[in-house]
Ligand binder design. Structure first.
Ligand code: PMP
Length: 363
């Protein structure tokens, strides 16, 4: 018997049918604008400090139990209201799993506006929940009546709201979110992965609602390699979700690096502010290209639809041959036909992207 036979008989049918979460390989010399990373490396001085802190860790030991000092440092750095508790995750990807595992029995519903972060759907299904995506409007905005109708029909245990939304960049209005929170019978997870670029947050209002938690990550503010996300919520919610967390999920190297980096939070804020300032000029320059529609974004990326001389697939490919990577969403969802998602890069990267696109769109 070959492994293939045994695999076909053993692995879940839905997993067999699934393709793995796509991570595009990137050569060191490419301009990488496909994953909403921060283009700026940490300064050498800080890297040295991290190296020292990491060198001092006890790798022969498991990470200690929850470190209240690290929790306090995270709470302070990110404006978590006093009275809220924190749960740490190996990236917010892990937190998404923990939320589904803690709340959903097999067949229970997880709901989100759609298209949104693909991992809401993947994690829900891997954890035996049912995923319902409620289509955005044709203008890629939240369809509140459709959301309320879907909540009434499906009674979801969990509603995920990415604010700003990935991949569209939209930041849904507070009143609409409030209506969803009021209507949801279970827990509403406000995913603020891109909050540092939006200047707007539900974090200060976290404890005003009995059914809201706020999820964040450090991935978009310069620390994607660290794999660290946090969930803030009422201590009673956090205590339940913590029960399904794998022990020791945040390794000692991550913890040590984080302690150092958080002392320099102002640096991360300055980088985020820079990307935020560079977003509008990039969006405007893209919108000035023939046949390109750009959607309003509050994140560190813009979504653009290419319907000119070249379609989305062709532009994606042509950029790739010029060593510029962007995310092709053309076949991800009918609402995203011909759409590419482009991270805001460093100024020279944005310039190179625009030069390539101008060249591609010239007659
Ligand atoms: N939420 C949203 C909306 C995202 O776009 C992403 C990353 N693409 C994540 C969460 C996951 O981030 P991480 O696991 O790196 O913390």
């Amino acid at each position: 018997m070959t492994p293939a036979d045994r695999i076909a008989r053993t692995v879940r049918a839905d997993v067999l049918a699934q393709t793995a979460y796509p991570v595009a390989p990137a050569a060191p010399d490419v301009i990488k604008l496909d994953a909403m990373e921060c283009p700026y490396p940490l300064p050498d001085r800080l890297r040295q400090e991290i190296a020292q802190a990491v060198a001092g860790t006890a790798l022969n030991r498991y990470p200690g139990a929850d470190d209240p000092e690290l929790k306090a440092q995270v709470a302070h750095a990110f404006g978590v209201p006093s009275g809220a508790a924190l749960l740490f995750g190996n990236g917010s990807d892990e937190l998404i799993h923990l939320l589904v595992q803690a709340c959903c029995a097999p067949g229970d519903t997880v709901l989100s506006p759609w298209p949104s972060f693909v991992y809401f759907d993947m994690a829900a299904r891997f954890d035996h929940a049912r995923f319902v995506g409620v289509p955005l409007t044709a203008a890629l905005e939240l369809d509140l009546p459709a959301m309320l109708a879907a909540i009434a029909a499906h009674r979801p245990k969990l509603v995920f709201l990415a604010l700003p939304n990935n991949p569209t960049g939209g930041l849904w209005p507070d009143e609409a979110i409030q209506a969803i929170v009021d209507a949801a019978p279970g827990l509403v997870v406000i995913d603020e992965a891109y909050q540092p670029f939006a200047g707007h947050s539900w974090m200060p209002r976290l404890l005003d609602h009995p059914n809201v938690v706020v999820m964040r990550t450090v991935s978009k503010i310069g620390l994607a390699g660290l794999r660290f996300g946090y969930l803030a919520g009422h201590p009673d919610w956090i205590a339940q979700i913590d029960k399904v967390r794998p022990p020791y999920n945040i390794n000692v190297l991550t913890q040590a690096a984080l302690r150092v980096v958080l002392r320099e939070k102002a640096l991360l804020d300055a980088q985020a502010a820079r990307l935020r300032a560079d977003r509008e000029p990039l969006a405007q320059a893209l919108a000035a290209l023939p046949g390109v529609t750009v959607y309003p974004s509050a994140g560190n990326f813009v979504l653009a639809r290419f319907e000119g001389k070249l379609d989305g697939n062709a532009v994606h490919l042509a950029l790739k041959t010029r060593k510029i990577l962007v995310k092709n969403l053309s076949s991800a969802h009918p609402l995203l036909a011909n759409c590419l998602r482009i991270s805001v890069g460093a100024p020279d990267e944005n310039t190179a992207l625009l030069a390539a696109l101008k060249e591609l769109s010239s007659p």
